[in-house]
Design a protein around this ligand. Sequence first.
Ligand SMILES: [Zn+2]
Length: 181
Amino acid sequence: MQSNRVWLTVPHARCPGGSPPQHLCDFAAPSGAQQLASELGGRALVFIGDVSRDQCDLNRRRCRLTTRFRQSLTNRLRREGPPSVLLDIHSFPDREGAYGPYEIVLLLDAGHGPSAQLSRRLRTAIERDVPGANVAEMEGATNDIQVEMHEYDVPAVLIELNEGMNGERVRQYMGAIARQV
Ligand SMILES: [Zn+2]
């Protein structure tokens, strides 16, 4: 019953109000996750962050017990059991920082074998299926959504999308990923 269930999380979906504009939210992550969910058909469940990062960074341990977003993830784990795979979806500004040169970056936790294997599988599929693929695989910082999934031995990879991509380019990447999970 639960085979091939894919959970997609978008912890930084909610932008803080006011200015100046800062990259405290992931502008392209909600649409990217929806695109991936549509490529996955009925197999995906999407969790959208409901507080902005300046209130609580939903990737951090301290938000696990105190936010509705993290509680809903934990409650579903307990009620329905774990998914097959979790993909934590983020985005970054084009040409900025370490991710800047790439269109998509996969962040894994090398200490968790199944997650490292999933990341490798996704990268291989992307390089095979997306023309001119520009993908990198990196070791991520501690991400408590991945940590919680690893407690259930669920492979979990964080995906960073370049905000400079157009919708068709995002669709190509999401299609390649959807065929592998
Ligand atoms: Zn983010």
